[in-house]
Structures are given as C-alpha cells and as structure tokens.
Design a protein around this ligand. Sequence first.
Ligand code: NAD
Length: 346
Amino acid sequence: MAAKKASKKEIPATLVPGDGIGPEITDAVVGILEAAGAPFVWETQQGGLAAIKECGDPLPQALLDSIRRTKLALKGPLTTPVGGGFRSVNVRLREEFELYANVRPARTVMPGGRYENIDLVLVRENIEGLYVAFEHYIPIGDDPHAVALGSGVNTRAGCRRIAEYAFEYAVRNNRKKVTIIHKANVMKILTGLFLETAREVAKAYEGKVEVNDRIVDACAMQLVLDPWQFDVLLATNLFGDILSDEMAGLVGGLGLAPGANIGIDTAIFEAVHGSAPDIAGKGIANPTAMLYAACMMLDHVGRRDLGVRIRKAVDETLHEDKIRTGDLGGKASTADYAKAVVRRLS
Ligand code: NAD
C-alpha cells in the first residue's frame, strides 16, 4: 500500500493499548505524539486479555469495526496463552485485514553495544507458511495427544506479493540488496516455492536491486558473525518471526524494535515485543519500540517530517540527556523517559 499524500488534516486511527505493559507504553507514546502535533484522532479499543475481561472476546467486534473504518491502527502487545486456549489475536488480525507484509527495521540506536552501525530491514510474509496453524493430534491408545501434526501453506500468489513488496520497499528506500531466506534444501516444496517465486520477481529489478539467498540456519549464524553483509531480508512467516527477534538483539533488545503490518488498504503498527508480564505494572517498560512504530505510522500517512522530529528527540534523550529505561542500563521510569522526549520536542 503506497503512503498516503501529505496532509495537515486530522487522521482517524484505532488505538489498542493491549495487555501487560501495553497501557503504560501506550500512555507514554500518545503523550509524545500529541506533543509532536501528530494528526491522529484516536478511537481507543480493547483487545486481548483486557477485552476478555470486558466482554469475553479477545477480538471484539467493536475493535474490528473500528479498524475497518479507520484502516489504520497503533496496537499495544496482546497476551496469547501458550499451548491451549484461544488462537493468537495478532495472527487473526493479520488474517482478517490481509496484512500480508510485516516490516521490521533494526537500526543501531545505542552505540557501544556489541555491534555498531546496524541498519537492516526484515520483510516477512505475514499470513501464510507454518503460521496458518493447520494442526491436529492423532490419538493412539489412551493417549489423545500421541502424535502432533502440522502443515504450512505457501501460495505462489502470496510469495509473489511479498517478494514484490520487498523489492519495491528496497527501491523506495534506497536499499541495495534483498536476501531471500528459505530452507529449500529440506522443506523443498513449502519454502522452495517461496525461493523460486522471489527469484522470478527479482528479475524485474536487475540492475536496481541486488539479490542473493541464504538458508535460514546459515543466515541466523551470519547475522551474528557479519550482520553488515545484509540489507533487506525477505523471509517466510516463521523464519521471519525468529530472525527479526535475533535482529532486535543485535541493536540492543526488544525495547527498540518496531514493526508494521501492511495490507492492501489497512495497516497496523506495533512493537515487536510482547506484553512483558514480568515487568507489567511497574512503570519501567521502554516505550521506544512502540514510539518508533508510531513513527512508521507517521511515515505511512505522509507525515515523515514528524517521524523524523520524534526520532531525533529520542536520540537526544538517550545520548545527550542520557535518560534511559532499565533495559538500556538507565534508571528512568516509562513516564520520566516520555517527559524527557517531550521536553526535547519542545
Ligand atoms: P516479551 O517480548 O513480552 O518479553 C521478553 C523479554 O523482554 C521480557 O523479559 C520483557 O520484560 C522484555 N521486554 C519486552 N518488551 C520490553 C520493553 N518495552 N521494555 C523493557 N523490557 C521489555 O515476550 P514473551 O514474554 O515471550 O511474551 C509475553 C506475551 O506477549 C505472550 O503472551 C506472547 O504471546 C505475547 N506477544 C505478543 C506480541 C504482540 O502482541 N505483537 C508479540 C510477542 C509476544
């Protein structure tokens, strides 16, 4: 979906504070966006555990209706129980609004870490692959869970769509190379189709964007040994999910990693991290990942100017004022850090 034209007009958008640390970081982010003069007019909706408490459904109709209206959302993390229980709300949202492209940039914000000057973008297929969750048990004897079966689905159309998105993204953002990630030596059909289709798409970009490919396990190792060899990484759903967390680790952890879920006419922006139940309610979570997601949302609606201002205010807060949350080695609370960013904005 192309970014909308620049406009100073108000833009309706759905806001989902989410679970765990979600409400704390959402408060901080909304305050910073207001201080920056962001054009969003929020429709606040509950999702996840918060919505189960309110109306018994983790994905209430009111939330879906709101996103259908606004076609734009900023979403806090939603808790999904591991194993049994309801299906991941995040996965259902991606399917419901056909958010086929998940874009996760990883850029060094905090120098002095293990790696300097990292600037990578992962483009992940967001709907197909092994996350379609076609899974079931086969009972044997008195064990109802004796065998677990799961299959993935990749379509040529889906592979082509995400590959085209990745190459177009590379061209639009002045990126030089796309690396196709696969496991076509073992999962020859499921990820073989992805590799074959992405290579076909790459032909149209010859001379504009370089292309190569890596087997996912080798890629995971190469990301640690020499991350600078990569630029844009194009991956299937499961591999992309895993590699993007690894990439977040290269640049100082989940507190700094944003993500965008882009569809044909709808886009949902969120942090890569989850609801962090271990620190929820303590007021110490880092809101930067969600704030960077909001900056991607500003870029998306044609207000790159505001995104640039906010990113600069964050840089100044972290590096000049040295005000940081605990995950970055500081002592600031979520609210104090947000106040410091607002001070820099004004
Ligand atoms: P997590 O990302 O919530 O937490 C992993 C670790 O990172 C924890 O130690 C946490 O304290 C820390 N962390 C995460 N975000 C942080 C922040 N902003 N500031 C400081 N520290 C931060 O991963 P998890 O514990 O595996 O998952 C918890 C829940 O979140 C699960 O129910 C999972 O399904 C859900 N989840 C949701 C999303 C989403 O909504 N997009 C994404 C991932 C996980």
